[in-house]
Design a protein around this ligand. Structure first.
Ligand code: DOR
Length: 439
């Protein structure tokens, strides 16, 4: 593979507090050299990608997505999901274990990893189940899962309702220094609910899911993390109250981290509109007040990372009454464009946004990811912060066309994604120039 020079881009690497125009040389799958705008790399013989006007940053890391394989290949496969990831600028995706069979033992982890190695466009890091079959009754083989390489444990899609099981899971997880990544939801409080509890649900005649259903479980899990000393990671935080609970836990020195999705940061319950099932998601879209608290939490470090919770579903899963539709949004390919609206509105600065997609999630999984440091894997995302485009699910690489953003105009587009030194995605307008001197 010929080395590649990414030339004259705005290089932003929050892991090194770097924001300057410059060039970057990739060789043998690694970052080999980084120089200022007027400098040339020390070696000759490379292809050139002109990054003028583009942001060049570490490849995005998604701590939370659903790739659906094995078992739900009609919704997504590891191949289609990782191609969607590459189109969205993600070079690492952590996949949730609510597959069929669930990722609750070594053979399923091995299957996911080997399929990803063969067919994946980007790096796939599996998350193992907390409980066998995600039933919440008996712990999964957590030690075996750790040895086989999971990056954390979760029964995502469902909470672990039994506090005693959760306590045991946390105690075991400490031995492997892996986080418990919990979907915080009190199922009794949410019973029959299908959108946020409030005025919009009342108007539509739909049963609501109260903010308290999330906050009750956030509270319980923080108490158990304090008791056990385990690493607790709160998935898809959606309410202002949860942000406050996490803030206080962090202040007390409890080992808790949290993620928020692009949709919870940018869309309100009103997006449900006229019973649009593509806006049905768990936890549900909330209110403006929640969005403001989530953005504040993100800026202040209460929320560590942005994760997509990419949840692809088929048309059949969504083409039905609102109450019966599957929950989830196909989010990998719209993440950057949606999030850039916060930057364009002055609510979030670009460096903070990039840090929440790169070095911050990298801290949770460890290793040399989320950075442009010399010798680290050449995982790089190039995006045009100002390019306007219209969301067209028909051209998604994901099999999941379920987005409430279909037809929306977004500003900010991924132009190329490089995974371990190879182009995993490039926009049609990007051309590789061959004019680097051949060595
Ligand atoms: O909306 C959601 N969809 N929330 C979850 O927690 C699970 C996910 C899925 O797997 O479809």
């Amino acid at each position: 593979m010929r080395p590649l020079l990414i030339k004259d881009g705005r290089i932003i690497d929050p892991s090194r507090k770097l924001d300057e125009t410059g060039s970057l040389l990739i060789a043998e799958g690694k970052i080999a050299w980084l120089g200022k705008a007027d400098e040339n790399p020390p070696q000759s013989g490379y292809d050139v990608l002109n990054a003028g006007g583009l942001v060049v940053c570490p490849g995005f890391i998604d701590l939370h997505c659903h790739l659906r394989q094995p078992g739900f290949e009609e919704k997504e496969t590891i191949a289609s999901g990782t191609r969607a990831a590459a189109r969205g600028g993600f070079t690492t995706v952590c996949c949730m274990p609510n597959t069929n069979p669930p990722i609750d033992n070594r053979s399923v982890v091995d299957f996911v990893r080997s399929t990803a190695e063969r067919e994946g466009a980007v790096r796939v890091l599996p998350i193992g189940c907390i409980s066998k079959g995600r039933q919440g009754k008996e712990l999964a083989e957590m030690g075996e899962l750790a040895v086989s390489g999971v990056i954390g444990y979760s029964d995502d899609g469902s909470p672990v309702t039994n506090a005693q099981i959760m306590r045991q899971a946390m105690e075991y997880s400490r031995a492997f220094d892996l986080p418990i990544m919990e979907h915080c939801e009190d199922l009794r409080l949410d019973e029959g609910g299908c959108m946020n509890e409030g005025i919009t649900a009342t108007r539509l005649g739909l049963r609501g899911m109260p903010a308290a259903a999330e906050e009750v479980m956030v509270t319980r899990n923080i108490a158990l993390a304090k008791l056990t000393g385990a690493r607790l990671h709160i998935c898809h935080v959606s309410t202002a109250g949860s942000v406050e609970l996490i803030r206080r836990a962090k202040e007390q020195g409890i080992s808790v981290t949290a993620e928020v999705t692009p949709h919870h940061l940018t869309l309100t319950e009103e997006k449900v509109g006229d019973y649009d099932t593509n806006a049905k998601v768990s936890p549900p879209l909330r209110t403006k007040r929640d969005i403001q608290a989530l953005i504040k939490g993100l800026k202040e470090g209460v929320i560590d990372a942005i994760a997509t919770d990419h949840a692809p579903h088929t048309e059949v899963d969504k083409l039905c009454e609102f109450g019966n539709a599957a929950s989830g949004i196909s989010g990998l390919e719209t993440a950057l464009g949606s999030l850039m609206s916060l930057v364009h509105d002055g609510q979030l600065d670009l460096t903070t946004l990039i840090s929440k997609l790169t070095c911050e999630p990298a801290k949770l999984i460890g290793g040399k990811l989320g950075t442009l440091e010399i010798d680290s894997p050449a995982d790089i995302t190039l995006f045009d912060p100002d390019k306007e485009w219209t969301v067209d699910p028909a051209i998604f690489a994901s099999k999941g066309k379920n987005t409430p953003l279909a037809g929306s105009a977004l500003k900010g587009k991924v132009m190329a994604t490089i995974f371990e030194g190879k182009l995993a995605y490039k926009d049609d307008s990007i051309k590789l120039e061959d004019k680097g001197q051949r060595g």
